[in-house]
Design a protein around this ligand. Structure first.
Ligand code: TMP
Length: 205
């Protein structure tokens, strides 16, 4: 049987990495095969693209270049890591996927959702998430919550960060049938419980 592809989405500071680590631990304890990965990155080539994209020195990256680099990292990720694991029956838990590009590049960078969908259809071939867990922060996330590490190139643009948060809400509402909403304002145990309930249904374990 093929593995399931589970994506965790939500703006910076919504708690994706924390819940992803706990989900992985839960499945490891049950000896259910699962890998945890993230975008941009997830492969050696993808990590190089990630460094290019997030380096604050790269001020001259054009929004179309940015959109294509995220899609390029994703294409490599799909072919080198996601698809082979799914085909071996391993579940894949991924922080961010196409939905992030629709919000960041399609909306916040104003490249158009349809354009971004088109380049991502090409990049991902026929690999689509079986479940998208959307961590809904419900309210504005302040910079101090993100600022546990140095800010990356995108986070340094304060106006852009605000626009991303607003656009997450807009697109999540529009695509609500394709997402499972998780209230990210709950404590970490409750966030984990909500995610696991939905995953257990999807994975039939
Ligand atoms: P991370 O901080 O969640 O690892 O993601 C790195 C940054 O890249 C974050 O600011 C969101 C941004 N991003 C996009 O703009 N488009 C995308 O498609 C993805 C996956 C991330």
């Amino acid at each position: 049987m093929k593995g399931k592809f589970i994506v965790i989405e939500g703006p910076d500071g919504s708690g994706k990495s924390t819940v992803a680590r706990s989900i992985l631990e839960y499945f490891q304890e049950k000896a259910i095969p699962m890998i945890h990965t993230r975008e941009p990155g997830g492969t050696p080539v993808g990590e190089e693209i990630r460094n290019l994209l997030l380096d604050p020195e790269n001020k001259e990256i054009h929004p179309r270049t940015e959109a294509l680099l995220y899609a390029a990292s994703r294409a490599q990720h799909v072919e080198e890591k996601i698809r082979p694991h799914l085909e071996k029956g391993v579940h894949v838990l991924c922080e961010r996927f196409v939905f992030s590009s629709l919000v960041y590049q399609g909306m916040a960078r104003d490249m158009g959702i349809d354009n971004i969908q088109t380049i991502n259809d090409f990049a991902t071939s026929d690999v689509k998430p079986d479940l998208i867990l959307y961590l809904d922060p419900k309210e504005k996330i302040t910079r101090d919550r993100i600022q546990e590490r140095p800010l990356d190139r995108l986070e340094l643009e304060e106006e852009f960060t605000q626009s991303v948060q607003a656009n997450y809400r807009i697109l999540a509402q529009k695509m609500q049938e394709q997402l499972h909403f998780v209230d990210a304002t709950q404590n970490p145990e409750e966030v984990l419980k909500d995610c696991l309930e939905e995953m257990i249904k999807e994975l039939e374990v």
